[in-house]
Ligand binder design. Structure first.
Ligand code: C5P
Length: 240
């Protein structure tokens, strides 16, 4: 995969104008733009179409978690919208994940569209072992064991990959196969600020650790020159 294709720029902004400005500047330097609940809920699905109209691919990061019928229907909507990727919580269960994978495949075939990459979110990195046990009542598994088990379940349910830490990518690929995609946040080049990320990995190292795609936000969006920051990440990836 080309270095640029690996970069997914997180558009964590409220204003569609700011998102479109970033998309216009950075389309030649990134493989896709991630629209999460902040921007989607502020600007609606039109922001996806507007970015696509400027030549950008979109990862719609809304983390579905509902009954299988509802998630299947929402997955059809994502497919019609032309999302390159979208995601759901593995905690919604096997049947829910399968409903999403099947609905995306069926709708893509029906309309002659590309089949989106459907990703599972396993355990959110903000959840501690204590919260898992005391608040979510999941006992008997460490967070990383649970993340791995859910990744395996996602694979068996027909999903394309998971969102995970670069530190988990290798292990997940060992269990789910090399084609099971890993999309990793927590990426920081050596020259950028860590911000609130706790466990950070430089881009080239993340790829060596098994990351297929990297979600990168503030190292690019908060840089004085976002285009120069993205170009620098690409050259680091190419030099690896
Ligand atoms: O600005 P930054 O590079 O930290 O942005 C990372 C993006 O990845 C944000 O949109 C954040 O919500 C998302 N993310 C994350 N950690 C996770 C899952 C998603 O940082 N475990």
């Amino acid at each position: 995969m080309e270095a640029k294709e690996r970069i997914i720029l997180a558009l964590d902004v409220d204003e569609p104008e700011r998102a479109l400005d970033l998309a216009r500047q950075l389309s030649p330097y990134v493989g896709a733009f991630k629209i999460g609940m902040q921007l989607f809920n502020s600007a609606g699905p039109q922001i996806v179409r507007d970015i696509q109209a400027r030549g950008g691919e979109v990862f719609v990061d809304l983390k579905f978690h509902d009954i299988p019928n509802t998630v299947g229907a929402a997955s059809k909507v994502m497919t019609r919208l032309g999302a390159k990727m979208f995601n759901l919580h593995a905690a919604g269960g096997r049947e829910m994940m399968k409903a999403a994978a099947d609905a995306a495949a069926d709708e893509a075939a029906r309309l002659g569209l590309a089949r989106p990459i459907v990703l599972a979110v396993t355990v959110l990195t903000s959840i501690s072992q204590a919260q898992l046990e005391q608040e979510m009542m999941v006992t008997g598994h460490s967070v990383s064991e649970l993340a791995l088990r859910w990744a395996v379940m996602a694979k068996k349910s027909g999903l394309s990959g998971v969102v995970c830490s670069p530190h988990e990518a290798h292990h997940i690929k060992q269990h789910c196969g090399p084609d099971f995609l890993t999309v990793t946040p927590g990426i920081r080049p050596a020259w950028s600020a860590a911000n609130d990320q706790k466990r950070i990995t430089p881009p080239a190292q993340a790829v060596r650790m098994g990351a297929d795609y990297m979600v990168i936000g503030r190292p690019i969006t908060a840089a004085d020159d976002p285009v120069a920051a993205a170009a620098r990440i690409i050259s680091e990836l190419e030099a690896k």
